[in-house]
Design a protein around this ligand. Structure first.
Ligand code: PEP
Ligand code: MG
Length: 752
């Protein structure tokens, strides 16, 4: 037990540090050590604001891994520290790992701590940083500690402001930085959409007309005809191996995802042209580049709608052949050790590049819930989105670290930092093999059983859905099958995928094609002005009935012998629901006429994700076989906030009273008409929302397959009685802030 008397008086001692002869970083180190000692806590860290990026930077720490000083950057609102800055108030967390905002940074040595106390450092009412205490004991800090730490920070504010300014102007050697507008930034803070760590050399993929051509890489080529022939042969072998692996691991990709590559290689015109140039005296590397570029130019002028992808395939092939020309590439993939940087990337390209062992991706934009992000998570490749356009035009080709746990991109890291990350990678690998306790089911402390199913995008997700004991698939996003291929798979191809899913998982809900919005097929005629309000979800299927009918035929045939469940996305109301259900009946009749008698009427569900569907939920619950709440879209459309727009991301809140009330309405309707109801949006993985849902009456969830155990653990620590009270109370609130305050009271177990 710590003693808490007289701590404020001891602050005086802090002023003595200014007598010490050291540099700014040294002074900050003394400060954090002193604060830790006086607050009788294990760890103290100071984060200072970097005005140029508006991020908090770790400047000194006692108790955390000092290697991260200067390297950890947090955006306002990010983690407990970022939140303290954004909300300009102290945040006291009894157990960090329980907090949804808690950010785990591998290698930071933070695992040992539970309690966190973050206090903003204010200087003349401007935020200049955050002081953070951590301690292994749970619920270690009390209100007296908060006041003491606030007193300490205000005493230190002037010193810290000076330190911050000086740190900003100096380089890591302490020398004053020269102003240079071309200077490459060392850190970029972005948005991670698929976690992981990648270390590798930057490789820009450009689909725009500038930089579209293949250029030479700084490699040592063997410039002989024999080496070219070997490189050609090696490329064919590698692509065949890759293709075989692809068929095994990602059957959705279709039979020949590397078809354009293989086709080019077997085309005598292509290899013949290279040979001709070599015979005429051109170096093989130059000859490859020349021929690839001749083809690219041909493709640019072609009317082929998939031209962008074909060009990237060609460049990809060119890179492969050039690398093989070094005589060093033995593996089947040639993007090992590379980080792809692209302004735009199609899902089919992501699939190909990931299959070729790309370490990680840096993409332009905000990503968040876009399909490329969802796919990246399924493919388990680290991806960070950046909005700083300079990064995408700089042409930097050196080493990068993509820390997609922290959303950081580190340019030209020193060897020490690379080693730290490599060590962490090893550590993470080990962790994966250490199996945590797996919960088979979810029951609240007071005995309420909750079903937790998996959201699945591609068949390879089944492995982890099974590992994490999903009670079926509550949402199969069938559009990924279309997006991966960038075209329309045939009925037979779809049938095989759907059948495999049914064979491997019980209780599968197949959502029909939810194309549109941010899930655009490369074959789309022209971009819509407002795609989220446009031809999306069920509207697309009703406008393109030929495509819809093929999908329904495949589903109905695959469902023979199973209890088939079909879910319609983005239903507006009764009309579109009835129209789509009518088409299902039509397709069944057609299949019967064709002699496929065993096809039965499936259960048909409606996704509630539009305000209009909420208004019509009584009728929908009466007519549909089941309902599923898509909170990602429901929040977007109820609040009128684009789910991918970073500028208003802070307003995108499932805790908005309108959302909570809408959900309650849906639950009431489902109960009234005895219609099974589930929640399948991301909000189910937010512990407070989860408690609200359960308290309001939801008993079935479908969540990202990797979140299943997290959701189960939350449920097992929950009390249904308390959840009911929390939900009831939440429904009386008028603002998001009221609800957030209620959550704080609930978490700190203050009477509410
Ligand atoms: C949703 O909108 O909540 C949902 C689950 O569907 P998607 O994220 O695929 O739009
Ligand atoms: Mg949706």
């Amino acid at each position: 037990m710590k003693k808490t008397f007289d701590l404020i008086c001891s602050v005086r001692e802090l002023t003595s540090i200014f007598n010490t002869k050291t540099n700014i970083t040294g002074l900050l180190k003394i400060v954090v050590k002193l604060v830790a000692k006086h607050m009788q806590t294990e760890a103290c860290s100071v984060f200072l604001l970097d005005d140029s990026t508006e991020e908090l930077v770790l400047r000194a720490t006692a108790g955390l891994n000092p290697e991260f000083v200067g390297k950890i950057r947090l955006a306002p609102g990010e983690g407990v520290t970022g939140r303290s800055m954004k909300e300009r108030k102290p945040i006291n967390i009894p157990r960090g790992s329980d907090d949804p905002g808690f950010k785990h940074v591998p290698g930071m040595n933070e695992e040992q701590y539970n309690s966190i106390l973050a206090v903003p450092i204010l200087y003349q009412s401007e935020i200049l940083g955050v002081l953070v205490l951590e301690d292994p004991s749970i619920d270690y800090y009390n209100s007296h500690d908060i006041k003491t730490l606030q007193a300490i920070t205000s005493q230190l504010a002037t010193f810290l402001e000076n330190a911050r300014t000086l740190l900003h102007m100096t380089t890591k050697d302490g020398k004053i930085q020269k102003k240079n507008s071309n200077l490459q930034k060392k850190f970029y803070k972005g948005k991670s959409v698929s976690e992981g760590i990648a270390i590798g050399n930057a490789l820009y993929l450009s689909a725009s007309n500038d930089g579209i051509l293949l250029t030479t890489e700084n490699l040592h080529y063997i410039e002989t005809m024999a080496a070219f022939e070997e490189a050609l042969e090696a490329s064919v072998t590698q692509l065949e191996i890759l293709q075989a692996k692809m068929d095994e691991n990602l059957s959705e990709a279709g039979s020949l995802i590397f078809s354009s590559h293989l086709l080019m290689l077997s085309d005598d015109n292509f290899s013949g042209s290279v040979r001709d140039y070599i015979t005429d005296g051109e170096k093989p590397s130059k000859a490859i580049i020349r021929v690839v570029n001749e083809y690219i130019e041909l493709f640019i002028n072609s009317k082929n709608i998939n031209v962008q992808e074909k060009i990237l395939d060609l460049k990809d092939l060119g890179h492969r052949m050039l690398r093989n020309l070094t005589g060093e590439m033995k593996e089947d993939g040639d993007y090992s050790g590379q980080i792809i940087i692209a302004k735009e990337l199609m899902p089919s390209e992501l699939v190909k590049l990931a299959a070729q062992h790309t370490e990680g991706f840096i993409l332009y934009g905000t990503g968040s819930t876009s399909h490329i992000s969802i796919l990246a998570r399924s493919l388990e490749v680290p991806v960070v989105f950046l909005t700083d356009i300079n990064f995408f035009v700089s042409g930097y080709n050196g080493l990068l670290i993509v820390d997609a746990f922290q959303s950081n991109v580190i340019v030209d890291p020193d060897t020490k930092l690379v080693d730290t990350y490599l060590l962490n990678l090893k550590h993470l690998g080990k962790k994966e093999t250490e199996k945590p306790d797996i919960l088979d089911e979810s029951i609240t402390k007071d005995g309420r059983k909750i079903k937790v199913q998996a959201n699945i995008n591609i068949l390879s997700d089944i492995r982890s859905a099974k590992e994490f004991k999903a009670e079926g698939v509550g949402l199969y996003r069938s559009e990924f099958l279309f997006l991966i291929r960038n075209n329309f798979p045939s009925e037979e191809e779809q049938y095989l995928i759907y059948r495999r899913l049914l064979e491997q998982m019980e209780d599968v809900v197949f959502r029909t094609l939810d194309i549109g919005g941010d899930k655009i097929l490369g074959t789309a005629d022209k971009p819509e002005d407002n795609p989220f309000m446009g031809l999306r979800g069920l509207r697309y299927s009703l406008k393109n009935q030929d495509i819809f009918m093929v999908q329904l035929r495949a589903l109905l045939r695959a469902g023979i012998g199973y209890n088939l469940k079909i879910l319609f996305p983005l239903v507006t109301g009764i009309e579109d629901f009835r129209k789509a259900s009518g088409i299902v009946t039509e397709v069944i009749e057609k299949l019967h006429q064709e002699g496929i008698d065993s096809v039965k009427k499936p259960q048909i569900g409606v996704m509630i994700e539009l305000p209009s569907a909420v208004m019509m939920v009584d009728e929908l619950a009466e007519e549909a076989d089941f309902l599923s709440i898509g909170t990602n879209d429901l929040v977007q459309y109820l609040l009128g906030i684009d789910r991918n727009n970073e500028n208003i991301a802070d307003l995108y809140s499932p805790q908005h009273p309108s959302v909570l009330r809408a959900i309650k309405e849906i639950i009431n309707a489902a109960l009234k008409y005895n219609c099974p109801l589930s929640v399948c949006g991301n909000a189910a993985a937010d512990p407070d929302m989860l408690e609200y849902f359960i308290g309001a009456g939801i008993t079935s969830f479908s969540t990202n397959h990797r979140m299943i155990q997290f959701v189960r653990r939350q449920i097992s620590e929950m009390n249904y009685g308390h959840a009911k009270y929390f939900a009831k109370k939440s429904l009386t609130m008028r603002t998001v802030k009221d609800i957030q305050e209620l959550i704080v009271m609930k978490r700190t177990k203050i009477q509410f």
